[in-house]
Ligand binder design. Structure first.
Ligand code: APR
Length: 169
């Protein structure tokens, strides 16, 4: 039975098999968690990302973690929030699903997610937390899925959203 836990932390500090990056379509870095991950991983991460040639919204790509404590970075591109009428929920669900699929394929046992799309991309944090928890719950008991999933919140308010949802287990 997999463990799903919410924590408040800087995701770049986590010693897990993989951390998930909330990237943009270029995969060439940015601000927010993307910027923090690139700063902590070092320049080799950008070089590796350049070789990937970008990433579609809702898709995910994997690189080594380089100078990070995490062995891998799974880069995924969340939807920009436009009010909910442009398929944002399905695209965000796909980010969690495709990240878990990559983790499954690479034998990753522990994975940490940030709040994908809930910063610059403006996705309402409560709706995003619903999607994150329900999508992970639906997939994580498949064979070879990570058995330790961390929802890495950057604020106490976000942590409370996840705690409420995870306590309903
Ligand atoms: N550790 C964990 N979470 C973090 C960290 C960190 N070091 N830094 C920021 N966050 C949180 C934010 O508080 C937010 O809850 O990550 C969540 C995602 O916010 P963003 O990083 O703004 O990502 P997103 O909303 O998906 O927007 C992606 O922003 O940085 C650019 O290149 C990125 O263009 C892309 C866009």
């Amino acid at each position: 039975m997999a463990s799903l836990t919410a924590i408040q932390a800087d995701i770049t500090t986590l010693n897990v098999d993989a951390i998930v990056n909330a990237a943009n379509n270029t995969l060439l870095g940015g601000g927010g968690v993307d910027g923090a991950i690139h700063r902590a991983a070092g320049p080799q991460l950008l070089a590796a990302c350049r070789r990937l040639g970008g990433c579609e919204t809702g898709q995910a790509r994997i690189t080594p973690g380089f100078d990070l404590p995490a062995r891998h970075v799974i880069h995924t591109v969340g939807p920009v929030w436009h009010g909910g009428g442009r398929g944002e929920a399905e695209l965000l669900r796909a980010c969690y699903r495709e990240s878990l699929r990559l983790a499954q394929q690479h034998g990753i046992h522990s994975i940490a997610f940030p709040g994908i799309s809930t910063g610059v991309y403006g996705y309402p944090a409560d709706q995003a937390a619903d999607i994150a928890v329900t999508t992970v719950e639906a997939l994580v008991d498949e064979p070879n899925m990570p058995q330790r999933v961390l929802f890495c919140c950057f604020s106490a308010a976000d942590l409370a959203l996840y705690d409420t949802r995870l306590r309903r287990q």
